[in-house]
Structure formats: C-alpha cells, structure tokens
Design a protein around this ligand. Structure first.
Ligand SMILES: [Fe+2]
Length: 313
C-alpha cells in the first residue's frame, strides 16, 4: 500500500507527464498514397533574432534540440530576424549574423528558409533614408538563397516554398499575396509533379488559420497583412494533386487545422511573444512532423526558455 506521500508523488508525476504530452503532440492517419520511407521534418519559424536579452542563447538551445531529433529535413518558416522592413542594412546586420551563427549554421541538415515579412530589409526606412532598391537582397545574400520561391524533392515528397509577402507601402505596409508571376511559376511547377506524389507547401503567411476567429471573434476577418488574401487561388492549383501538409508561420501560435485532405500546421514561434514569453498559450518552441507510410506524428517542442525581455521594452 502506498502511504499518503507516495500517493501524492505518484499522482503529481502522472499529472505532469500528461500535461507535458498534451496538447503538444498529435498523430493522424497518413494519406493512402504516402511514400514507403519516413521523413522527419523539423519546422522552426518566427525567430525574430535580436542580439539583446541573451536571445542568441535561446537560438543555440533551439539548434541543439533540433539536432537531437535527427531530422531528415529542416525548414524555417521565416522572420529569421526582427524589424528589417523599417530599418536599413546597418541596423539589422548584427541580427543576421546572430541568426546565422547561433542557429542557421548549427543545424543539420542545412535549413531551407521561406522568407518572412521581417526578413525584408529597408522597404520603408523609418530614419528617412532611401528605400533599398531590392528589399529582398539582404535575405538572399545572408542565407545564400538564389530563388526565394522554389521547390525540391525530399523523401518521396515534393516541397514548395512560397514568397507570400507583397510590399504595398500603404498603411499596413505589405499584404499576403502570391502575385501573377509566382502563380504562373507555381502552376508550372505543380503541373510537373506526378499526381500520386504528395506535396508539402511552406509559406510564412498563412493560407488558412483560425487565429483571427479565435482571438478577435468570428466577425473579424484576417487583415490583409495577416494572411495570404488570394489563398483560394493558391489552393486551387493543387486540386488534382495531393497536398497533405501546409507549414506556415506569422501568427506565432501552435495550431493544427484540417481542411478537406490537407493539414495546415501553424508552427508556433521560437521567440513566442516576441521574446516576452508565451503568446496565447504557445511557448517558445518549434515543431517536428514525422511523415510515415501509415501515420503522421506532430510534436511541438517547448525549448524551455524563460523570457528575459524587460516588460517596458
Ligand atoms: Fe513573426
């Protein structure tokens, strides 16, 4: 028989294990045509790299935890650095350096990065200086990326990375939009994929999310700088293909959403509430999705970071 103390220890340990396991893990049946081999993807997003508040240490911790999971593929959903849009190259150069040295260059295998709105540099400089001629150039230079929207094959899947940010320089600065040129590229790319090959789509700005409805109410649509506004046009491209998975960022919350045959994962954020702690219950972390023949496993890994950003900053 357990005494009272042993009983309390046993039940609190059980409760702790349950709390850790839920709701950060989920499994579901794979699509009937899922490839035989398994593919483990580490998906980290919304890092908002700063050099303050000891945050490079959180990036090194993230890199270590990603490598421990031995992913076959590592994907970053963008916003590698913070506030590039309204700053010049000089301001954000130390942030790019910290992102590369504390996370990007430490992770194996090499991370495929989808661009976020914060990764655009000098689009609307607040100091009155002239805007960059090509505000996407620093992102490409820093990470050695030739084409921002691109595709590749991995483990029997076709992976497509989109550039979903259109600079508008209006009152909300940019919007989520796939322009005509990229839509044409996307249609061409998908038309060359065999109909039985499953496709994984990666976009910083969400194509579908319940974030606005959950946080602001059902009568508030997502503003145009919070989601891709021509999402139906984009998803229509895949109607004769299998699109089992969409990986997206921007909202900083861990969300799983199933619409028809597609699971949309919004990947939390390494920086959570912009380094101020949890954001709508999502801790600093990243995701791991393991695609197998029979089932798909999802885990949101809390990196266990304690926010050090002062409340007044
Ligand atoms: Fe972000």
């Amino acid at each position: 028989m357990m005494n009272r103390r042993q009983f309390l220890l046993a039940t609190s340990a059980g409760a702790a294990a349950w709390a850790i396991g839920w709701p950060q893990r989920s499994s579901w049946a794979a699509a009937p045509d899922a490839p035989r081999e398994s593919l483990r993807i580490a998906f980290f997003t919304d890092i908002h790299t700063r050099v303050e508040w000891e945050t490079p240490e959180a990036l090194r911790l993230t890199a270590r935890l990603i490598n421990e999971r031995k992913p076959d593929l590592v994907i970053c959903g963008g916003d590698c650095i913070t506030d590039g849009f309204q700053n010049g190259r000089d301001v954000v150069a130390p942030r790019w350096k910290a992102f590369r040295e504390s996370l990007f260059e430490l992770v194996e295998p090499t991370t495929e990065v989808a661009m976020g709105n914060h990764d655009i540099v000098g689009a609307m400089p607040e100091d009155g200086s002239a805007p960059e001629a090509d505000p996407r150039s620093m992102f490409r230079e820093e990470l050695g990326i030739k084409e921002i929207y691109r595709s590749f094959d991995a483990g029997g899947y076709h992976v497509i990375l989109l550039d979903g940010v259109q600079i508008t320089r209006d009152e909300v600065k940019y919007r989520g939009f796939i322009d005509d040129e990229q839509m044409k590229w996307l249609r061409d790319d998908v038309s060359r994929v065999d109909a039985t090959t499953p496709i994984i789509l990666v976009t910083h700005m969400p194509l579908l999310s319940s974030f606005q409805a959950a946080t602001l109410g059902n009568d508030v649509p997502a503003p145009r700088n919070r989601a891709i506004v021509n999402n139906r046009e984009v998803l229509e491209v895949f109607k004769r293909h299998h699109l089992p998975l969409v990986l997206q960022g921007h909202n900083h919350v861990n969300e799983l959403l199933r619409w028809r045959d597609t699971t949309f994962i919004t990947g939390g954020a390494v920086c959570a509430k912009w380094w101020r702690g949890p954001w709508f219950g999502t801790e600093e972390g990243f995701g791991v999705v393991t695609l197998r023949k029979e089932n798909v496993d999802w885990e949101y890994v809390d990196i266990g970071w304690t926010a050090r950003r002062p409340p007044n900053q």
